[in-house]
Design a protein around this ligand. Sequence first.
Ligand SMILES: *Cc1c(COP(=O)(O)O)cnc(C)c1O
Length: 434
Amino acid sequence: MNYYSTRSKNNFVSFKTAVMEGLAKDGGLFMPESIASLPHSMMQEIEKYSFQEIGYEVSKNFIGGEIPNQKLLTIIESAIDFPAPLVELSDQLSVLELFHGPTLAFKDFGARFMAKTMEYFAGDLEKELNILVATSGDTGSAVAYGFYGVEGINVFILYPKGKVSLIQEKQLTTLDKNITAIEVNGTFDDCQRLVKDAFVDDELKAKLNLSSANSINIARLIPQTFYFINAYRQIKDKTKPVVISVPSGNLGNITAGLFAKKMGILITKFIGATNRNDVFTEFINTNKINPRSSVHTLSNAMDVGNPSNLERIVDLYSEDAANVRKDISSSSWSDELTKEGIREVFEKYNYIIDPHGAVGYQALKQFLSSYDAGSVNGIVVETAHPAKFKSTVDETIGRDIEIPERLASCLTKKKNTVLLGNDFKALKDYLVNA
Ligand SMILES: *Cc1c(COP(=O)(O)O)cnc(C)c1O
């Protein structure tokens, strides 16, 4: 399958290059040359397919023979080995739970699939691949767990000392083998700058085979498409319109949903639900793109001031704003209303939703207010397990919620990091000698 850059549509690269390079040389994002519909026979009998079988059929559309089918199946079976259930709360509200992976957020799907795909392609390399990632929390842990134990690839995760939560730090720093956590005496911006400096340092590039694993890699979006189609499979009454509300930051998740729609599943509307960081909401409502600094909120994985995948969405609709608005609506919610959402879902449905999901819930509820009760399949995408945001959730509903075993177990393990200053020389010396 050929991929082009959102910034130069005439230069094509292979799927392998798109995955291994992450970002196009001109700074654009890679897009598949075409997105084929799934076979009509498959759509007719979608209930008979398993989650993994859906993943296999969908990924063939994105990969186009660059990974042999049998190998692709193995990658999917090992990367996607946990479910994404659609939990019904009422006749018009269901929650798509995407937190059953090792780090309890949807990013596990993307990180694990990307890791296995890179492992496959790294087999052709003569030298080991070294991946550098800067993280402010969630992405780093998903990447660390995704690449843990993967052959031929070392991962160095840079995070700002003292600026991630205890749970996040434990997830980042308690793995061994090929994962190294680098604690930087500085801010997240320092970490990002260090990674960027490393990629343009010729000496370092000559010595080490460097790559990145950031959120714009196309390999992260592909498995996210699987669970939208798998959600459709689980809908009981497919005669009613489907509206899916996606709590959004960098817009990777909603872009994957739009890919799923292009492949032929019938979704009437996507809602891009935002917190006070509302660049996307403004874009949908006014067609203006006005990036700005992010502000801190309770749904902090959505604190994004310049959503990177917006470029993909605009490209997908050939820059036709009216068509974008036909498929997508958007609304933005304050921390106060986020908490109200958590409280309301608990009181009405006895379901504990996390702050990101609560933003999605508010946006869906507002959207459905103009429809007759029960006439629509409303779906909220629950992007993280509430225990990841335990203090907010506990305080809001007045409970002491349970921490799942896979999260609790890393809390008792010993932290292991390399402590570095925020200057590039320190990082370079360390990497050269590592
Ligand atoms: C990353 C993340 C989001 C935002 O997803 P995008 O794909 O960046 O829009 C939402 N919720 C949680 C819990 C996340 O970790």
